[in-house]
Design a protein around this ligand. Structure first.
Ligand SMILES: CC(C)(COP(=O)(O)OP(=O)(O)OC[C@H]1O[C@@H](n2cnc3c(N)ncnc32)[C@H](O)[C@@H]1OP(=O)(O)O)[C@@H](O)C(=O)NCCC(=O)NCCS
Length: 222
């Protein structure tokens, strides 16, 4: 009988980040009082049958499972790989799922697109717009009037101050501090740029480059 089928919820990725997201997902399903479900990992490179008490399936095996509905949260920090997996999930008409830790705080007029993963103690102040498949690892914040594109990744402890625009596919390393812009001249982190861990970004960063250090400078390719 269709009605007895379970709802399947999956964390795609059983590596370090995915294993950190799983307990948040578990807690979220309990808080939302979801019934009759199973919470699993999808991982195409993991040989173990179970990780931290959750079954692990390859994507192909996950597709074969019978379920009332299937929800997938993609916990892969690399934004290019994340985008490819989103396309796979869409191709098979699975549903995207966002995971939000209970300690996330968000003030007024904060818009966040589908498929986000927001870890513990992430904080958003007011008037912020963020695209789809955003990841904010624990202790990151985004301040007022920031605009963030699609597939942006924040490692832990990113300090994104006010009036900053971050374009699609940018990666911000752990502990980076980005100087505030102004409403008429936002500080811009260009498309696909990488900000190294611990960088202090004082000026806009062009698309596709990597910056490191204090003040942040372009990492020269050797
Ligand atoms: C900036 C970064 C992307 C560069 O990676 P990479 O291209 O593989 O660079 P390498 O490791 O080859 O380092 C190149 C040089 O830059 C230095 N360097 C690398 N990252 C640096 C950083 N964040 N700050 C200062 N110097 C850095 C290295 O010491 C090395 O110097 P050397 O040539 O004098 O030996 C990477 O180091 C980084 O910071 N990634 C973010 C990590 C992170 O936040 N992880 C979170 C996991 S949840």
């Amino acid at each position: 009988m269709g009605s007895s089928l379970k709802y399947l919820y999956a964390i795609y990725g059983a590596s370090g980040f995915g294993r950190g997201v799983m307990p948040l997902a578990r807690e979220q399903l309990i808080t939302e009082n979801i019934q009759n479900y199973e919470l699993v990992f999808i991982d195409d490179g993991e040989n173990k049958q179970a990780v931290n008490g959750h079954q692990v399936y390859s994507f192909e095996a996950f597709l074969e499972l019978e379920a009332a509905d299937k929800y997938v949260a993609i916990a892969i920090a690399n934004n290019r790989i994340r985008e490819k997996l989103v396309q796979k999930v869409d191709l098979h008409n699975l549903k995207h799922w966002s995971v939000r830790a209970p300690t996330v705080t968000s003030m007024d007029e904060v818009q966040i697109g589908e498929g986000a993963i927001l870890c513990n103690y992430v904080h958003f102040t007011s008037n912020i717009k963020i695209g789809k498949f955003f990841h904010a690892n624990y202790f990151s914040y985004v301040a007022h009037d920031c605009i963030i594109g699609d597939y942006v990744t924040f490692a832990p402890g990113v300090k994104c101050n006010g009036n900053i625009h971050i374009e699609d596919h940018a990666y911000i390393g752990t502990g980076a501090v980005i100087k505030q812009g102004t409403s008429d001249k936002p500080l811009v982190i260009g498309k696909g740029a990488v900000v190294g861990m611990g960088a202090v970004v004082t000026k806009s960063v062009p698309p596709g480059v990597t910056v490191i250090g204090n003040p942040a400078r372009m990492l020269e390719k050797k």
